[in-house]
Ligand binder design. Structure first.
Ligand SMILES: [Zn+2]
Length: 245
């Protein structure tokens, strides 16, 4: 069965790019006859605000965007679907996966890794114990790791380095949550902005470690971005829908 999803993040009000992505997702679903799920990615609890979830449901209603799987409204979401209540589940899935990981105690500024392998502080070979809440967990992306996706070959080591799977504030990183959720939903079609190609490649890499066959084999559609008047990519806003144009 084909299934795709809207996966908005309630860390700001939706902007035109987010809305265009959901419309494109609905279009792909119509074309291939896929079920549509609504998956609200609120695992990053530090940025969660209820009004951002209300905004998501308002936009879906205004645009007439359909879905049949997932929460029906903001209360249903908070009571039954919030990822903030699933932190221990994501942790258990990570520990049970076959992924090679290491603890990293580098500061946030030093987290961006070089394609030569490992974080800047050399934690990959340091054998540090994972101390949840004090250090982060990174995936080991071996040199030369290339992921074929949507007609592109992404050099994952160069693009993403040893990216973070578990944050030092003891929350799951977005990439990990997304892959686990897509596995559990049975997602077969993933529609994202063209700027997220490397992120999609990272998720395929994780899906291999997790044995999430449907995510590995998913159809990825990367669409053009909606740009602002200055040609810049739109970013999430803390302005309400009344204030946004
Ligand atoms: Zn480090």
């Amino acid at each position: 069965m084909a299934l795709t999803r809207y996966a908005p993040t309630p860390s700001g009000f939706l902007h035109a790019g987010n809305i265009a992505n959901m419309e494109r997702t609905a279009e792909v679903a119509r074309k291939v006859g896929a079920t549509i799920a609504l998956r609200i990615d609120d695992a990053d609890a530090s940025r969660y605000r209820r009004e951002y979830v209300d905004d998501i449901f308002r936009v879906l209603a205004e645009r007439g965007l359909p879905w049949t799987v997932g929460p029906r409204d903001a209360d249903d979401f908070e009571q039954h679907y919030s990822q903030r209540a699933k932190t221990e589940y994501y942790r258990a899935e990570l520990l049970a996966s076959g992924l090679a990981v290491y603890a990293c105690e580098c500061s946030r500024a030093a987290q961006r890794t070089a394609p030569t392998g490992g974080c800047q502080g050399g934690c990959r070979d340091a054998g540090l114990a994972w101390l949840p809440g004090e250090n982060a967990l990174r995936a080991i992306v071996p040199l030369g790791t290339t992921i074929a996706i949507a007609g592109h070959a992404v050099a994952l080591d160069a693009e993403m380095g040893d990216f973070v799977l578990w944050r030092r504030d003891d929350l799951p990183a977005y990439q990990w949550v997304s892959v686990v959720e897509d596995r559990d939903l049975g997602t077969t079609h993933i529609v994202r902005g063209a700027d997220l190609l490397a992120s999609s490649a990272a998720q395929v890499f994780l899906a291999r470690g997790l044995g999430a066959i449907n995510v590995i084999d998913a159809e990825y559609v990367h669409h053009d971005l909606v740009l602002d008047d200055d040609g810049r990519k739109l970013s999430k806003s803390t302005l309400s829908s009344k204030e946004r144009s």
